[in-house]
Design a protein. Structure first.
Length: 273
DNA sequence: AAAAGATGGTGAC
DNA sequence: TCACCCTCTTTTG
């Protein structure tokens, strides 16, 4: 679930359901209980996302800083006159509720009350985010263009670019025909600009649909005259988790390898050196 | 029933 | 580079 598009979508959904009015806050699991008690009954004033970090704003410049990590999940639900919120299970770190909605947060890496200064420090250590309107590719390029590290690793480094995860990095490299092991400094400025612009489009679409779709119209099964396919994570992708399956474009077997403890996927033909 | 794996990140060596 | 944290689903035996 959680790459940057998920977090930006969550920011919008939290704001829409809970923004501008008092919320009930609780932590059935207990780890956030003291902070939830402080927030209970106060107004959720705003929400914000930067990369994979979510911030829920409360009065007094206090923020709930949430990072889902690999396993974190958020579940929204409706409350009706004859349909109360279901009892929270004991893994719910934070439940917010008002008369119409509830939302449960489970398994986050981070759920902590932070000051505005602490929030600023988090922004400062993150790179530009393709989903933040004021962010630009130049700041990332300054580091990428000097780095001997593989572009596939740089794309996952949140200090360099924020919000890209294992799916988007594999897919955007495929879409641009770039070998994942090419050093950052061997990319051309034009290649980097194209990657950034593509990430902006792909991730915006990810926010809108709440899933990752990366296959171009000309490569859909219908366009290629092949049987329909469904990837098991909901979206349509070229290479992510398709190890040893034929490339949608050229039929070469998709390769996989471990890179910095994560699974990398690519097509050795479409992404030749 | 148990194990493995997952769209992430940190801190210790 | 490795151990570890958090939860849930899927795969394996």
């Amino acid at each position: 679930m959680p790459e940057g598009h998920t977090i930006h979508r969550l920011a919008a959904d939290y704001r829409e359901r809970f923004g501008g009015r008092p919320v009930r806050a609780s932590s059935p699991q207990g780890k956030f209980a003291d902070s939830a008690a402080l927030l209970d009954g106060t107004v959720l004033t705003t929400t914000e996302a930067h990369g994979k970090h979510l911030f829920l704003g409360f009065p007094g410049e206090e923020w709930v800083h949430i990072h889902l990590g690999l396993f974190g999940k958020v579940n929204f639900g409706d409350i009706g006159a004859d349909a109360p919120a279901p009892p929270a299970t004991d893994t719910v770190r934070l439940r917010l509720a008002n008369p119409e909605s509830y939302v449960d947060l489970r398994g986050p890496t981070t759920c902590a009350l932070v000051t505005d200064a602490e929030k600023q420090a988090i922004h400062e250590r993150l790179g530009p985010d393709p989903l933040r309107a004021d962010d630009t590719p130049e700041k990332a390029w300054r580091r990428i263009s000097k780095s001997r590290t593989a572009i596939a690793a740089l794309l996952m480094d949140q200090k360099i670019i924020a919000g890209v995860g294992n799916v988007y990095r594999a897919e955007v490299l495929f879409r641009h025909g770039i070998d994942p092991y090419r050093a950052g400094r061997d990319l051309t400025p034009g290649e980097w600009t194209a990657i950034w612009r593509d990430l902006v489009l792909l991730m915006r679409e990810g926010v809108r649909l709440n899933r990752i779709d990366t296959v171009r119209p000309e490569h859909t099964p219908e366009a290629m005259g092949r049987p329909p396919r469904v990837d098991d994570h909901g979206g349509e992708v070229y290479v992510y988790r398709r190890a040893n399956l034929p490339c949608h474009v050229c039929d070469t077997e998709i390769r996989t390898a471990e890179l910095a403890n994560r699974n990398l996927f690519w097509c050795p033909t479409c992404q030749a050196r």
